[in-house]
Design a protein around this ligand. Structure first.
Ligand code: PGA
Length: 258
């Protein structure tokens, strides 16, 4: 595992975009698995700039997204469909046919159908040749995607009930009203994530420092789903100084520049 610590969120975004754009340049038909949240935003901005100014070409790229709230239509401003369109897809030359985001419009009472849908999503990843990159944010509670603490480390794409901590964290996007935050989501599992050829986890800010310390220096445990990156053969963590502030900086793998 490589831990890269950048000065601030801006530098973190640029470094993240650099890693992603290297993959796109090397393999134009790569498969990227993308994440929502505030942390990847700087990277998406930089990728858009690279597309506009340097001609970074996404026309053959396939994308999958990690997760989506159940109950939100793609046009809902808090849906992850909307987020990805507004913050990346409509601003680059990606082919819509190659974009995959779990549907939020499944019937939560029809569990058999949801299971079939999740199996189909996993099949699509396989058919595309597997993921070259999995971009991940991390929750203050150590979640990745909507794999909350306690999630099975072998799990595949499935429906998850959100913890009240996560719903509370996300209430700020729903007029600070936790009742408006969906209760369920579809998320790739930790097992799905682990199969990506590269895992790139990004974290910014003091409120992530504890989760990062547990992820990097704690035991691998389902109680900190992000800690599974320790088991991955090629994982890169890009942090800003605040998110990395509790790490043992004497460790030789911690570099400040690549
Ligand atoms: P954030 O979310 O990037 O908005 O902090 C990360 C996450 O909860 O996975």
């Amino acid at each position: 595992m490589l831990v890269v610590i950048k000065k601030n969120k801006d530098e973190l975004g640029k470094e993240t975009a650099r890693v992603i754009s290297d993959i796109v340049r090397e393999k134009p038909s790569c498969v990227l698995s993308l994440a929502t949240g505030s942390t990847p935003l700087g990277a998406y901005k930089e990728l858009i700039r690279m597309h506009r100014e340097e001609g970074l070409d996404f026309s053959k790229v396939t994308t999958f997204n990690l997760d989506e709230y159940i109950g939100l239509a793609p046009t809902h401003p808090q849906s992850y469909h909307y987020f990805m369109n507004e913050n990346l897809f409509k601003l680059i030359n990606i082919d819509e046919r190659y974009i995959h985001i779990p549907s939020g419009m499944v019937d939560v009472n029809d569990i058999n159908r949801i299971e079939r849908y999740c199996e189909w999503y996993e099949e699509e990843i396989k058919k595309a040749g597997g993921m070259d990159l999995q971009l991940l944010g991390i929750g203050a509670n150590g979640h990745i995607g909507f794999n909350e603490p306690g999630s099975s480390l072998g799990a595949r794409t499935r429906i998850k009930t959100l913890t009240s901590a996560t719903r509370q964290d996300n209430a700020r996007f729903f007029n600070n009203d936790i009742n408006k935050v969906p209760k369920y989501a579809i998320t790739m599992g930790v097992g799905t994530i682990l199969e990506s050829r590269l895992v790139l986890l990004v974290a910014s800010g003091k409120h992530k420092a504890q989760a990062i310390k547990k992820t990097v220096e704690g035991p691998v445990t389902a109680m900190v789903p992000a800690s599974i990156v320790q088991m991955h053969r090629k994982a890169i963590l890009i942090l800003d100084e605040e998110a990395g502030s509790l790490l043992d900086v004497q460790h030789e793998q911690y570099v400040t520049d690549l």
